[in-house]
Ligand binder design. Structure first.
Ligand SMILES: *Cc1c(COP(=O)(O)O)cnc(C)c1O
Length: 393
């Protein structure tokens, strides 16, 4: 007898056959260089905890204090009764840190993109979006109901041609990831800004993987390229280098106020709890005092990547701590990841639809929490598994 739910086992089986079924590992330890995963102690090469803030003593203490002072739940959306002094403090601190007039925080980076794109563009507008932009940008574009024109990855010349051929729009808006999350390459933001300016288009950058990583002490991609005041809105996350959870937009007072008035995730979904806001505030304060953690992150990145290239691995076009180890076939990448796990290394394989079908990879995330010994251990195991599975010759 057939049922209306028959499509589910059919599609799940098909995903499994293609090696594309997501296998969710369960963690039973705090985030750090080592994790307990499915009961096994493994070296963590997966998380976005770039600076070790996810389990940092100072952040934990600040979160605990905030719980004592403000409780655990926001109890409302930001615009009704959910905005605490802590949220406002965090926002002014973030604005100061990034050298902009104003910042506004959200429940996640995903929500920040929905809010920014959903408020700054509408059905009469055209959004020009890098073809490899993050899923939350794609969904933000959908929410706006603007026409979306994808331009070739990191290609300002193609962007210029696409802008030239769209003349009837009310507004034109260009958006790019700052650091691309699957390849670790950096958007050519100075050229994108120049093209945007030429056509009087709004320019937005989603700096989720640049925040805490690029620029002076992690001030982000705009600081990295010294483009202060030239980007209309920076979008970011507090869930990666900042180690907690949340999102943000940052820019001029006017643009940020506009997103605050119109952004649907802010108007219709509850605020971030006090403990999270307080922990984020502590993270910003630490980075304002010192760039040591960011320097350690980059030193670790150089050590690991040099070692991997010496072994003969293809690291794609990475320029950041995001280190794709290119494998190609999704099933082989899955087998590589499982083998690494058996040897004590937690590094996930990534396949379609997150990346193109023939571009499956192991995605290694380097963190300031890794010691030299950790990285050397990783290199040893990668070399061994690489030969065993004939990825290296
Ligand atoms: C991770 C990521 C997001 C989503 O951030 P969350 O805070 O996890 O929702 C948005 N944009 C980009 C480019 C990202 O890499």
């Amino acid at each position: 007898m057939s049922s209306k739910l028959d499509f589910i086992p059919k599609e799940l089986t098909s995903l499994k056959e293609q090696g594309l079924l997501v296998n969710i590992r369960v963690i039973d330890s705090p985030q750090g260089a080592w994790l307990t995963v499915d009961g096994k102690k493994v070296l963590n090469l997966c998380s976005n905890n770039y600076l070790g803030f996810a389990n940092h003593d100072v952040l934990k203490r600040r979160a605990q204090k905030a719980i004592e002072a403000f409780g655990v739940g926001p109890a409302a959306v930001r615009t009704i009764a959910g905005t605490l002094t802590l949220h406002r403090e965090l926002e002014s601190r973030l604005a100061h840190f990034k050298g902009v007039e104003a910042a506004l925080t959200f429940q996640s980076g995903f929500c920040a993109n929905l809010a920014a794109l959903g408020s700054l563009s509408g059905p009469e507008d055209v959004i020009f979006s890098d073809e490899l932009n993050h899923a939350s940008i794609i969904d933000g574009c959908r929410l706006s109901r603007a026409k979306v024109v994808r331009y070739a990855h990191c290609d300002p010349q193609d962007l210029r041609e696409k802008l030239r051929s769209e003349t009837s729009a009310r507004r034109r808006l260009v958006i790019s990831d700052g650091v691309f999350s699957m390849d670790g390459d950096i958007a050519p933001l100075p050229e994108i800004v120049a093209v945007g300016t030429e056509f009087d288009a709004l320019v937005l950058v989603d700096d989720a993987h640049g925040e805490g990583v690029l620029g002076q002490a992690g001030r982000g991609i705009v600081d990295h390229f010294q483009l202060h005041g030239k980007v209309d809105l920076e979008i970011g996350t507090l869930s990666k280098a900042f180690g907690v959870v949340g999102g943000l937009v940052a820019g001029s007072r006017q643009v940020v106020e506009y997103v605050q008035q119109k952004g649907r995730p802010l108007l219709f979904s509850s605020a971030v709890p006090p403990a999270d806001a307080a922990a984020c505030l502590a993270a910003v304060e630490i980075l304002e005092k010192s760039g040591d953690l960011v320097e350690r992150l980059w030193a670790n990145t150089r050590r690991f990547k040099e070692g991997m290239r010496a072994l003969g691995f293809d690291l794609g076009r990475s320029e950041t701590p995001i280190t794709p180890v290119m494998i190609g076939d999704a099933k082989l990448a899955g087998a590589f990841s499982r083998k690494l796990f058996e040897e004590g290394i937690f590094a996930m394989s990534i396949g379609y639809p997150t990346v193109a079908r023939d571009k499956a990879r192991i995605r290694v995330m380097i963190s300031a929490t890794h010691s030299d010994r950790d990285l050397d251990f990783a290199l040893e195991i990668f070399g061994r598994v690489g030969h065993e599975l004939a990825v290296l010759h």
